[in-house]
Design a protein around this ligand. Structure first.
Ligand SMILES: Nc1nc2c(ncn2[C@@H]2O[C@H](COP(=O)(O)OP(=O)(O)OP(=O)(O)O)[C@@H](O)[C@H]2O)c(=O)[nH]1
Ligand SMILES: [Mg+2]
Length: 231
């Protein structure tokens, strides 16, 4: 099975500079980047290291997934965000499960043996909100084994699953939608525990309230459309 590693960037020069050399390139067959309009040297950094960078014409992470599937040649794509949240050492862990036939493989921050960036805080607002959305998706659509992290971006999706799922979700909802539609179709998902790191720079990534409302809108939309979407 050919696997493409997709680096997703929007002004991640700082993280990339720190993490790039830690990426286990030999564990994948192709590496590309999809960039959402960086102006901090991210694109130049990747290009000088031989990584083809595809620029989005439409903004958002959802669109980045769509561009990735248009441009990559792999049978499955592993999505990696080089901002410090994701452990590059986990990249080789996706392959065995993809080769076993799982449609989607997710690095989970929500099981025993895993770590969520808020685990050492008293008030884990983001984690709790994620767990609430996660429970809603499982209770509404999942008829298989409970999935603990329907939202995390660190995941792999096969090309054949992608073509069935017809994902059109905007921005940060793309992963939640990918999990929901796998549930609806009964496609098999496998999770392995990961340790979520801190963002390497001081930037704030996804705005929590706006992203939460977008998740809610997506959940309602998926309730309304059921299994009727265009592939
Ligand atoms: N290609 C592309 N990448 C994006 C876009 N928006 C965000 N990203 C990247 O997606 C990854 C995750 O985004 P973040 O903003 O860190 O979201 P987050 O992890 O929920 O937020 P933090 O916890 O603050 O890091 C990062 O590597 C971003 O650079 C986009 O529109 N296009
Ligand atoms: Mg992040």
């Amino acid at each position: 099975m050919k696997i493409t590693l997709v680096i997703l960037t929007l002004n991640e020069y700082f993280g990339l500079k720190t993490l790039f050399e830690t990426i286990p390139f030999a564990s994948v067959d192709e590496i590309i980047a999809v960039d959402g309009g960086s102006s901090d040297g991210t694109v130049e950094f990747l290009q000088t290291r031989g990584v083809p960078v595809y620029n989005q014409t439409i903004k958002g992470r959802g669109e980045a997934f769509r561009v990735a599937f248009q441009k990559a040649r792999g049978d499955a794509l592993v999505f990696f965000s080089p901002d410090g949240n994701e452990d590059s050492g986990d990249i080789p862990k996706f392959r065995p499960y993809l080769e076993q036939g799982y449609a989607m493989v997710v690095a989970t921050r929500m099981v025993k043996g895993a770590y969520n960036e808020e685990d050492d805080r008293l008030f884990k607002w983001r984690k709790w909100a994620n767990n609430a959305f996660n429970l809603m998706a499982n209770l509404t659509w999942n008829r298989g084994e409970f999935i603990s992290d329907t939202i995390n971006g660190f995941r792999a999706i096969t090309r054949s699953a992608w073509s069935e799922l017809g994902l059109d979700g905007p921005g940060y909802t793309i992963e939640y939608q990918s999990s929901i539609r796998c549930f609806k179709k009964g496609l098999p998902i496998h999770e392995f525990p990961t340790r979520e790191g801190r963002r390497l720079d001081e930037k704030i990534g996804s705005p929590s309230l706006k992203t939460g409302l977008a998740f809610l809108r997506l959940y309602v939309h998926e309730l309304i459309i059921g299994r009727n979407w265009t592939r």
